[in-house]
Design a protein around this ligand. Structure first.
Ligand code: ATR
Length: 273
């Protein structure tokens, strides 16, 4: 019988996940399908009940449900508890198991390049849901210090406390200060939504240099202004699509227990740009 998978969220019509997972099913000749299902804020409970009725095999969870989804799972993975959010769910005969592949998906392109995180300093722009998984990832990998810069400073301070809860040194600065001191950090990560609409970089990139690892988690557009400017300063670039693929591969492997066909998934993703 065909197994059905889904991504739930709102908005969901531009999600690239159906393309990525269906390409993987085709590549491996699997009898599975993956759909996008819009569940508006406030309707998560009913939405999940309907997914159970159609015996969904598994699903991804995206904005705005990642945190609320914690309430509706029967069991959770360690990553899920660490981040406090769910992005991947397995349905085992009606029992929902929550996972979080954002943290591992974020780290994957760094590991692939053999770039060490241990004892390095991180400048993180943004303090939303995505930033939380990134802080957990850097903390877990033994970063020396995580500095958060966010438009709303209170949220930045909260996230700095979250970093400290792992025993990682942390502090909070303004976006302006972040631009001025960017040259001091090994990693500079954009986890704000600035760039999605082709806005200029959220910080000044003047101090970014050839020793900087610049990672923008925005994947559409692929080349944000932050990336374009950092490239001019010879920084090493990690693209948002690499995190998207990383988390999709981990979700795939969680569900199907086989290695994800990375190249087929990458091909369809890059074709979508
Ligand atoms: P996600 O879950 O994808 O991280 P989010 O929780 O809405 O999304 O977070 C969006 C991030 O982008 C926040 O850090 C937000 O800053 P605020 O906490 O001040 O809202 C940041 N952001 C959005 N628009 C911004 C802008 N114009 N300038 C600077 N930061 C912005």
């Amino acid at each position: 019988m065909t197994k059905t998978f889904a991504v739930i969220g709102d908005p969901i019509d531009h999600s690239l996940s159906p393309n990525i997972h269906n390409a993987a099913f085709n590549a491996l000749g699997m009898d599975c399908t993956y759909i996008a299902y819009r569940i508006p804020k406030g309707e998560l409970k009913e939405g999940i009940e309907s997914l159970k009725l159609i015996k969904i095999s598994g699903f991804n969870v995206t904005i705005p449900h990642k945190i609320e989804m914690m309430k509706y799972i029967d069991e959770s993975s360690e990553e899920c508890r660490t981040v406090g959010a769910v992005n991947t769910v397995t349905n085992e005969n009606g029992k929902l198991i929550g996972h979080n592949t954002d943290m591992g998906g974020f780290l994957e392109p760094i590991k692939k390049r053999n770039i060490a995180i241990k004892n390095e300093d991180v400048l993180l722009l943004g303090a939303g849901g995505a930033a939380r998984a990134i802080v957990a990832g850097f903390a877990k990998e033994g970063a020396h210090k995580i500095t958060i810069a966010n438009r709303t400073r209170e949220r930045g301070q909260e996230l700095a406390k979250f970093a400290a809860s792992f025993g990682t040194e942390s502090d909070e600065v303004t976006l302006e200060e972040a631009g001025q001191s960017a040259g001091k950090y090994r990693f500079i990560v954009n986890a704000t939504s600035v760039g999605l609409k082709n806005e200029p970089s959220p910080i000044s990139t003047n101090a970014i240099n050839s020793q900087s690892i610049v990672y923008d988690i925005i994947y559409m557009p692929m080349n944000t202004d932050f990336i374009i400017q950092s490239k001019k300063n010879s920084a090493t670039i990690i693209y948002g699509y690499e995190m998207l693929l990383g988390q999709a591969c981990l979700a795939f492997e969680t569900w199907h227990k086989v290695k994800a066909p990375y190249d087929a998934m990458k091909k369809v993703l890059l074709g979508g740009f």
